[in-house]
Design a protein around this ligand. Structure first.
Ligand code: BG6
Ligand code: MG
Length: 225
């Protein structure tokens, strides 16, 4: 008689917390375009690799990183002016967006999660997240939304994910985060959550799993984490 095969039960996940820019919608490229435009104005060499360091972090931290690429110093008043300029360009770009810029498979994934009792939240470092949600009509798709204006400390600090879990009434260890930024993966881990990276396996190697696109995430893959 053969013994029965005993498998470990799949890990239970109660909630999935999504980053916005670069995970739900293609807005990461608008941040890149706007920072690139500012870098050009300032004559600071800036490429896609430099931009990886700006992903997920706050507007002012991003500006500090950009200035540091060429050892520049600026007064706080000048930094305010530069950050405002970058934001004006970003807002101009997203004003022309439509629903076609939501990544393929996002609607399907959100529906699959919800119909299996998994709660969904949005946690973005961007202060423009409510505006992006409004333009794309996706605000109602998430039970909880936390944006950059609601936290003191941006990613890689865990505050934003811990607040999302608290608002969902779900323990952090039962949440999985979906992120395209290394700072976001670090924030998820600091919150005691597992993380699925979206993008380059090399850049997001700290994540428990990396997929090329958000639409590649499936329910079975979540329970294998
Ligand atoms: C994050 C982006 O979601 O939000 C960063 O990945 C961006 O690139 C940050 O700098 C802050 O965004 P905002 O819209 O508040 O300037
Ligand atoms: Mg992002």
């Amino acid at each position: 008689m053969f013994g029965s095969i005993i498998r470990n039960p799949p890990a239970l996940i109660s909630a999935c917390i999504f980053d916005l820019d670069g995970v739900i919608v293609d807005t990461a490229r608008y941040h890149y375009l706007a920072w690139g435009r500012l870098a050009k104005e300032l004559n600071i060499p800036f490429n896609e690799q430099d931009n990886e360091r700006l992903k997920g972090v706050s507007r002012m931290k991003s500006l500090d990183i950009l200035l540091s690429l060429d050892d520049r110093q600026a007064s706080s008043g000048e930094k305010e002016r530069l950050a405002t300029l970058k934001n004006q360009w970003f807002v101009e770009y997203i004003g022309k967006m439509d629903r076609s810029e939501i990544f393929p498979g996002v609607d399907r994934l959100l529906m699959e999660l919800k119909s299996n009792g998994i709660r969904v939240a949005l946690a973005s470092s961007s202060k423009n997240a409510p505006q992006v949600g409004g333009i794309l009509g996706i605000a109602g798709a998430f039970e909880v939304t936390i944006d950059g204006g609601m936290v003191k400390h941006a990613k890689p600090d865990p505050e934003i994910f811990l607040l999302a879990a608290e608002r969902l009434h779900v323990p952090p260890e039962d949440c999985v985060v979906v992120e395209d930024a290394a700072a976001g993966v670090d924030a998820a881990h600091a919150a005691g959550m597992k993380c699925i990276g979206v993008g380059s396996a090399q850049l997001l190697s700290a994540a428990e799993m990396v997929v090329a696109a958000t639409g590649d995430i499936s329910l079975p893959s979540l329970s294998r984490l």
